[in-house]
Design a protein around this ligand. Structure first.
Ligand code: ATP
Ligand code: MG
Length: 309
């Protein structure tokens, strides 16, 4: 089975995540790879960069290159619906809760955005596995980090829930004085659901930790605030066992000093993108920049051409 490589562009607000992901996508498509660029940032800048109306259905931008912007509200609704259905199935005695009636308020609940992004990511990964590259333009740091931490964090909770549920089953056994045979324990709906969740999050965690499947590019600019936040991002990712794939020093000027940052990120591959005087908007300007900086973009690739079919 073909499995697309997931390439993420992370970094502080405004450093050039959307622009760098667009440039990299144009470059890969020109090389002959099948590329889908996906905006996971609810602020959606890819429409402006490519000067096209994008939606949750892929739209072709250039040969081998299509683009999607995910509809965050749709995925929040989807996530809440899944929970709602699950509660109804498991606890059928509970009175029905009218999700739609409260959706306009619930959608702003803290913590929903990262679940929405994870659901969207899983769906895209599944539906577009025939691509060579899935390029993800990420939201700024806070939400980006929540997205990557969600699987690890959920797994901690899930382990506790599993232990608790097993304890409950044992107690039920004692109280009813009926020996539950192994089969009945296996049939426990709640336990099964928790196990399904464990598999789902373990799969995501494995995907994010595997450099063959996931490449995380950290975009930064030659300035102190961007450096400071980049260091925090790297540390936060390391804590959840995810390593950076590459740093991209973007908007570099002739007099930009990068020694401090190169020291901090020593050992991590690096790409330099110059500050462009021409706005990096529209496919022609992007292609021009790609042509002029081909050597830098080439550095981002570990393989140089797609496998012949
Ligand atoms: N190499 C570059 N040279 C000149 N301008 C650039 C370069 N890279 C990005 N820009 C400009 O910087 C601004 C911010 O870029 P971009 O939107 O790509 O950043 P971002 O990190 O995605 O921002 P956000 O955090 O808001 O999503 C834009 O006006 C973009 O055109
Ligand atoms: Mg952006």
């Amino acid at each position: 089975m073909n499995r697309a490589t997931n390439v993420f562009f992370m970094g502080k607000g405004g450093v050039g995540k959307s622009t760098s992901s667009a440039l990299f996508s144009v470059f890969l498509a020109q090389k002959g790879f099948q590329v889908l660029i996906v905006s996971l940032d609810p602020a959606h800048n890819q429409s402006d960069i490519f000067e096209r109306d994008l939606s949750d259905k892929p739209i072709q931008i250039a040969p081998n290159l299509s683009a999607i912007e995910i509809d965050q509200e749709f995925w929040i609704r989807q996530y809440l619906k899944d929970i709602h259905n699950q509660i109804n199935r498991t606890y059928s005695y509970l009175t029905a809760f009218n999700l739609e009636k409260y959706f306009s308020v619930i959608k702003y609940s803290p913590g929903l955005e990262e679940y929405a992004l994870i659901l969207a990511f899983e769906k895209i990964k599944k539906n577009f596995s025939q691509c060579d590259y899935l390029i993800f333009d990420m939201p700024p740091t806070a939400l980006g980090l929540k997205f990557f931490s969600l699987p690890s964090l959920s797994l901690i909770w899930i382990e506790h829930l599993l232990a608790l549920r097993k304890e409950i089953i044992k107690k039920r056994d004692l109280i009813t004085n009926i020996k539950l045979i192994k089969k009945e324990i296996e049939r426990d709906k709640v336990l099964n659901k928790i196990n399904d969740l464990r598999n789902q999050y373990q799969d995501l965690k494995d995907t994010f930790e595997d450099r063959k499947q996931t490449q995380i590019n950290l975009v930064l600019n030659p300035d102190k605030l961007s450096y400071a936040e980049s260091i925090r991002i790297v540390k936060a990712l390391q804590e959840i066992n995810i390593n950076l794939y590459r740093t991209i020093n973007n908007k570099m000027k002739l007099d930009s000093s990068v020694e401090d940052i190169n020291e901090v990120f020593a050992g991590i591959p690096r790409t330099n993108f110059p500050h462009s005087e021409t706005p990096l908007i529209g496919i022609h300007n992007l292609q021009k920049f790609v042509k002029a900086n081909g050597d830098q973009l080439e550095k981002q690739l570990s393989i140089s051409s797609p496998n012949p079919i």
